[in-house]
Design a protein around this ligand. Structure first.
Ligand code: ADP
Ligand code: MG
Length: 279
């Protein structure tokens, strides 16, 4: 497998002087083609900042990023924007679908932007949406789709132009559990089949079961990289226990159907508390 992405001591500092925040601190990672990597860690760990740098949307304060053999820091703004359009696919938590384009047109858009929307491209866009369970929704506008369906359109859009690198930031945040598992499994399958390099940020450790490798970040640094299958499965299993109390109200419903007291909430600390540290 070839290395599709490599970062060398990538650092991002927001602001200057005493009020500055090192959101990403000397991160060196690599992802091979055909590899699906999970990026986890508590809120504020620097995951989104790292992803934005990998996407060429944010310029690192220090360090370098090489994607498909090219260092994106050495490109002009115009070159980088073209490179991003052709080589990188992404989907963020807010899926950013174009509201006045249908599901199919939203996916085709990535081909159109690259001047590659031909008959074969159109057929592939359709095929991908069918694969993601949206065959009956091709001509619907985003507002006519559920949150989960919109997210799957966004996944198709991230993959359609055959990018070397696919980035997803919390792609399952708006999905129910079953849909989330399906979407991530298909995402992972497509990354493997099409030999893309995939990185998925998730706060839901259960999704790690579809990852070949898991990178744990905390306070801007990589705390741990997990490659062993059994360890990854154990982490995904821990995620089940992590989320279970949040899904089941720990309080009895009153006769009128209202809950007494507060529903337990997921806090960033709950993830941190079960995330083993290598310190
Ligand atoms: P995560 O995605 O893991 O929750 P982020 O990358 O969003 O983490 O944030 C990492 C740290 O950087 C946090 O402390 C956050 O408050 C800070 N941060 C993120 N974006 C900005 C910004 N645009 N300006 C200043 N600080 C920021
Ligand atoms: Mg984030």
């Amino acid at each position: 497998m070839t290395t599709a992405l490599e970062t060398r001591s990538v650092t991002k500092t927001y602001g200057i002087g005493s009020g500055s925040i090192k959101a990403v601190d000397q991160v060196s990672i690599h992802v091979r083609s055909g590899e699906f990597v999970g990026l986890v860690g508590p809120s504020g760990a620097g995951k989104t900042t790292l992803l934005a740098m990998l996407a060429g949307l944010l310029v690192p304060t220090e360090g370098s990023i090489v994607i498909d053999g090219q260092e994106i820091g050495k490109m002009s703004e115009a070159q980088r924007s073209r490179f991003r359009r052709e080589k990188i696919g992404f989907t963020f938590q807010a899926n950013n679908l174009v509201p006045f384009l249908s599901a199919l047109e939203n996916v085709e858009l990535m081909l159109r932007l690259n001047g590659k929307l031909d008959r074969a491209g159109r057929a592939r866009a359709k095929e991908l949406l069918v694969r993601l369970g949206l065959g009956g929704r091709l001509n619907n506008l985003p507002r006519q789709l559920s949150g989960g369906q919109q997210q799957r359109v966004a996944i198709a859009r991230a993959l359609i132009h055959s990018p070397a690198l696919v980035l997803a930031d919390e792609p399952t945040a708006s999905l129910d559990t079953e849909r989330a598992f399906q979407a991530v499994e298909t995402f992972s399958d497509l990354v493997h089949e099409q030999k893309r390099a995939g990185i998925m940020v998730t706060h839901d450790l259960r999704m790690c079961q579809y990852a070949d490798r898991v990178i744990q970040m905390q306070d801007g640094v990589v705390r741990r990289v997990i490659e062993d299958r059994q360890e990854i499965n154990a982490l995904a299993q821990a995620g089940k226990h992590e989320l279970a109390p949040a899904l089941v109200p720990a309080v009895e419903p009153r006769p009128n159907g209202r809950f007494r007291g507060q529903l337990p909430a997921m806090t960033p600390g709950t993830l941190a508390s079960i995330t083993p540290s290598t310190r």
